[in-house]
Design a protein around this ligand. Structure first.
Ligand SMILES: NC(=O)c1ccc[n+]([C@@H]2O[C@H](COP(=O)([O-])OP(=O)(O)OC[C@H]3O[C@@H](n4cnc5c(N)ncnc54)[C@H](OP(=O)(O)O)[C@@H]3O)[C@@H](O)[C@H]2O)c1
Length: 312
């Protein structure tokens, strides 16, 4: 089977290679899935560059990727949760950049007939993160005013929509060009960070500030918008302790006790009910050069929306 691997840390065109792997044997509690679409995340860019070496050392060739959707091609005898032919979304620990993955069945969920594989692949890390941040870490209350910084992003776009479903008052910021989409997803108020002053308009209005920008670009802004005593959550770096005002400061990270099935159930039901829009920027062909291109684009500041690689 064909897979897109990195042979070391470095620039995309230097380290990505197509490899042929033998299919893995299937063990109890696992399913085999033929990948139809996989999404690329900002984390993949940092993993490939070597920025994560200190925390996670890789054995090369390494096939990265956590977000995909596909078709079940084999189940372990006696398996009842899935059947061969099921269309599924999957969240394995690695290996979605390729034709096939074997993974624990608790890391998969059936998708609605109306959902395309690229759309399903686009709500894996983004959707699970948004769900766990709001409903597990924060246990957000609908009376709270929430500021989403990076509201146009993969995670931010889903935070806005989930908060809207939850009836929160939502303040949002992103680039001006993304205003219409973000309001459409349910933001009550929007101020662009590149043409106006969200800090001035939203000064000390938010009970909760979520910094969902890539690489925590908005700490100064977030601190000004936070009410004294409020809660500040970052997907990356928290503001410098010396700059913080009175409040609770939380760094979001995945935890063992967060169950993918719970998040998938919420996301897939919302999608099936027409209450979740999945923002895709580009669907690229299932080729090595698409993987390289996706990594090059995401390392910069691409148009809002997921970049997905899909079988034709
Ligand atoms: N801790 C975790 O478990 C976890 C999980 C998932 C993601 N993350 C991290 O969270 C971040 C967001 O992930 P994502 O998948 O949503 O990324 P994404 O889709 O690339 O979104 C990036 C967001 O950052 C904004 N942004 C980019 N440059 C900016 C700047 N200079 N100033 C202000 N905003 C800027 C973009 O806004 P515009 O395009 O509108 O400018 C966009 O809203 C990434 O750093 C990712 O690695 C962490």
């Amino acid at each position: 089977m064909k897979r897109f691997a990195i042979t070391g840390y470095g620039k995309p065109h230097d380290v990505f290679e197509t490899i042929t792997d033998q299919p893995r044997e299937i063990t109890p509690g696992h399913i085999r899935v033929a990948v139809q679409a996989f999404a690329v995340n900002p984390y993949d860019i940092s993993l490939r560059s070597g920025a994560q070496q200190e925390f996670r050392s890789l054995k090369f060739p390494y096939v990265m990727g956590n977000d995909a959707a596909g078709i079940v091609t084999e189940i372990f005898p006696g398996e009842t949760d899935f059947a061969v032919g099921d269309r599924v979304v999957i969240h394995p620990i690695s290996g979605t950049y390729g034709q096939e993955v074997v993974l624990p069945n608790k890391k998969a969920a059936k998708i609605p007939e109306t959902m395309s594989f690229p759309k399903a692949a686009s709500i894996v890390t983004t959707g699970i993160t948004a769900y766990n941040l709001l409903f597990e870490l924060l246990q957000v209350d609908s009376s709270q005013t929430v500021m989403v910084l990076g509201a146009s992003g993969g995670v931010g776009s889903l935070l806005v929509q989930m908060l809207h479903q939850n009836k929160n008052h939502i303040l949002a910021s992103a680039a001006q060009k993304n205003e219409a989409k973000i309001k459409n997803w349910g933001a009550d108020e929007f101020v662009a960070y590149d043409t106006a002053s969200p800090a001035k308009t939203f000064f000390e209005q938010a009970d909760i500030v979520i910094d969902a920008t890539k690489g925590s670009k908005s700490a100064d802004l977030g601190l000004k918008i936070l009410k004294p005593g409020g809660t500040y959550v970052a997907l990356n770096e928290l503001p410098n302790p010396a700059d913080r005002k009175d409040g609770t400061y939380l760094s979001f990270a995945p935890k063992k006790e967060y169950q993918d099935q719970t998040a998938f159930e919420y996301l897939l039901n919302a999608y099936g009910d027409g209450k979740l829009v999945v923002n895709i920027a580009e669907v690229l062909p299932f080729e090595l050069r698409s993987v390289i291109l996706a990594h090059e684009k995401i390392a910069g500041h691409p148009a809002a929306g997921k970049i997905v690689i899909a079988q034709s």
